[in-house]
Design a protein around this ligand. Sequence first.
Ligand code: HEM
Length: 432
Amino acid sequence: LWQLQRDPLTFLQQQAATHGDLSHFRIGPRHIYLVNHPELIKAVLTTEHAHFTKGAVLQRTKPLLGNGLLTSEGAYHLQQRRRLQPLFHRQQIALYADCMVKHAARLAPDASTACWQPGEVIDLHQAMMNLTLAIVGETLFAQDLTGQSTAIGQALTVLTGNFQRLLSPLSTLQSRLPTRENQRVEESLTLLEQVVIELIEADLQTEEAGNLVTMLLEAFADEALTPDERLTKIRDEVLTVLLAGHETTANTLTFTWWVLAQHPAVMERFYAEIDRVCQGRLPTVEDLSQLTYTRMVLCEVLRLYPPVWAMGRQAVTPIKLGGYTIPAGATVILSQWVMHRDERYYADPTRFEPERWATADSTKRQSYSFFPFGGGVRLCIGEQFAWMEGILLLATIGQRWRLEATPESTLALQPGITLRPKYPLRMQLQLR
Ligand code: HEM
């Protein structure tokens, strides 16, 4: 427990390196199996998924995420997934492209709303969080969350920073103690719930159809629910999408700007591509297929710094896996961090090398050796949204700006619910 809490990334990596593709350890009475082979990961997520529910750690996030898409199970999950799916269809997502580009273009020095100035030093992660929150707010909720992004970001930091404790079997007990930390968690939760209630109220007053809240209000209208029950169900989905849909992409963009600044040759190739494809105009959804090197850069960032760095599942029945039987009740961990850095699938795995995603090389790899978005029935519903947002935001910002790391900034990682930078990454803005 101590090793896992202190440095889970190294602990899990060493566990796989020492004990192989399927290994076992215990935390108190709990049996935990680390699975580190593409075929076995695929089995847990696809062919054998019905033997598993989400893991204990995620279940402990229920005070925050309730019974939303990330935490719900079985028939209810499937029903909710079908209800929300239309918002994430390829054609629907294409309609979000202009909004994504608009928000990134607002940072340009000549934009009327310019909030970045040449020479200024910014907190990169905070800036990316503000941007992706504003985009989720406008695309999926038809609301302007720009003014609240700092408060929402701080509340999320408190709630997700609490993660290390979730690993402890005593966490439920600890969360009931009258400590300052628990009070801050409580306050953060209240703030987020207030945001959600405002989103719902704002939605009831608009005629605009087609956003997430409208769809859920319609979906639940025929069900025999009290107003409170309906509000709770909507709150759970809204908070889930708000959280899942902005921090993950913000972390990806943060890591991308950081590694680009450390790899000038890659950065120049990236600039050359966006200049050639966009020819000085803002990027559009039609440019996505041409921005192949930008996509390769993102792939490599998602490989080395996967925002979801591990996923847990709990076996509901005994299940045979890789020649062993996982007992009912045991936890199975699938770790993107460990698999993506496995030298059997990636030569010189810690090297940042977007070229390894050139088609000929990457098709040789086994499919679940790269699974930043999970897989099977629980595959990330926002995967296409995230690819489009990542590429368009990089291309829009990269057209105007060069982000340089300040000498005192270093990248230390904090593996919480998501993998994020531990300390603020201060970057200096230069015009290109
Ligand atoms: C780089 C960005 C992203 C990454 C790396 C990522 C990763 C993941 C992963 C690994 C899962 C599966 C978790 C599991 O099986 O336990 C997941 C689920 C989910 N993601 Fe994402 N995600 C990203 C962006 C987004 C976006 C943009 C949205 C919404 C706008 C979103 C919404 C969700 C939701 C609602 C689920 C639960 C799906 C379900 O269980 O049916 N994600 N994500």
